[in-house]
Design a protein around this ligand. Structure first.
Ligand SMILES: Nc1nc2c(ncn2[C@@H]2O[C@H](COP(=O)(O)OP(=O)(O)OP(=O)(O)O)[C@@H](O)[C@H]2O)c(=O)[nH]1
Ligand SMILES: [Mg+2]
Length: 361
């Protein structure tokens, strides 16, 4: 058995200290008042001293106390995080409280249509700073927002072939729709414009991948070259000198595979005059889109093709993608059918859809 003393301004305070340290099973041996020995203690109220006896096992309460306190701390931390989250959500929902009810409503509609809440807030705040939106009715505000969104989305830049030969790369994550989209674009050039088109595939990792493009090249009656490396690519491009357009399919890269991305970088750098289309899937979560885009940031100049918009069922990611890349949009694809399920981005259609209520109802 051990003995320990606890001092407090009151008996209650001394007792609380004791219980906190030794737990409820400690035995109080003595309680007495003692003089306060501090500076000017003479004039102060006496203190209470409690002497308690405890067993070693009671000290375990110390540990459980520590456990208890650390649990309390972590619960507190969680509560703070939860509170912040709630604040964020309500900010997202309510347009930061500084919006008029009309602007707030547009914000909610845009978010329902897939625009990232923070991007929507940013855009609307920006509009609010440039244009006086007070005293304006819903219809006018909607028009102002639509106009500003179309300015943000910019002019679409589809593939145009003029005097110079165009060498075009299709890059993007695995399964995003590179080969299908390339075939759609090739078919449209063949069917509508009578250009001389050549196809090259760099996707030699899987036999099926080569086969896939081979089938399209046969249907479209277009020459196809298979390039296993940079040198093959240079050679194939030389052989396609007479073509107006050379469309190059690449292997799907995991955006997390640094080696694959480095390899792609080398290949792209080996061709001087080129156009690059980065394909992004409209159904992909916003955060993942962000990390994909970040991993392709080694390319200065590329255009965007947004795929699988039919599956996404909204145009929200179109503005999200534009916002995080600030590159030109070109096409979007809306299904598996070659050549029909592709179209040049129609900005008016997008902004109307982004600001339209109950799109999915
Ligand atoms: N719903 C829908 N499916 C699409 C679209 N574009 C492509 N797909 C489908 O997505 C799948 C993958 O398409 P691919 O063209 O093979 O994709 P990829 O990027 O070449 O794939 P990897 O070469 O494996 O990286 C196929 O089943 C396509 O039919 C689209 O716009 N909408
Ligand atoms: Mg492919």
């Amino acid at each position: 058995m051990k003995i320990k003393k606890y001092i407090g301004q009151t008996a209650h305070e001394a007792m609380s200290k004791l219980k906190m340290e030794l737990g409820p099973d400690a035995v109080v041996l003595n309680t007495k008042t003692i003089k306060n020995r501090g500076l000017f203690g003479f004039f102060k109220k006496p203190l209470v001293e409690i002497t308690a006896a405890f067993e070693e096992k009671d000290l375990l309460h110390n540990n459980s106390r520590a456990d208890y306190e650390s649990k309390l701390k972590s619960i507190n931390k969680e509560l703070v995080e939860l509170k912040n989250l709630m604040l964020n959500i309500s900010n997202d929902k309510e347009g930061n409280g500084s919006f008029s009810p009309e602007l707030d409503k547009i914000h909610r509609i845009m978010v329902e249509n897939g625009v990232n809440p923070n991007i929507s807030l940013d855009i609307l705040k920006d509009i609010g700073e440039k244009v006086d939106l007070k005293q304006k009715d819903m219809d006018t505000i909607r028009k102002i927002v639509m106009f500003n969104l179309s300015e943000k989305l910019g002019k679409p830049e589809p593939l145009v072939v003029e005097n110079e030969q165009k060498i075009v790369f299709f890059i993007g994550s695995t399964g995003v729709g590179k080969t299908t989209t390339l075939a759609k674009i090739a078919a449209n050039f063949v069917l509508n414009k009578e250009y001389k088109v050549g196809l090259i595939t760099l996707d030699t990792y899987r036999i099926a991948a080569v086969e896939q493009l081979k089938i399209y090249s046969e249907i479209l009656q277009l020459p196809l070259k298979i390039a296993y490396n940079k040198d093959d690519l240079t050679k194939s491009l030389l052989e396609f000198k007479d073509k107006d357009i050379v469309l190059i399919d690449t292997a799907g890269r995991s955006h997390n595979d640094k080696y694959q991305l480095e390899e792609l970088k080398e290949i792209l750098e080996s061709v001087e005059e080129k156009e690059i289309y980065l394909l992004l899937d409209a159904t992909v979560d916003f955060n993942i889109l962000g990390s994909i885009v970040k991993n392709y940031s080694f390319i200065d100049d590329y255009k965007l093709i947004v795929t699988k918009v039919d599956e996404a069922k909204n145009f929200g990611n179109m503005i999200n993608i534009k916002y995080i890349t600030n590159k030109e949009l070109s096409y979007y694809t809306v299904g598996q059918n070659v050549p029909d399920d592709i179209q040049t981005i129609d900005i008016q259609e997008i902004v109307e859809n982004l600001c339209r209520e109950n799109l999915n109802d």
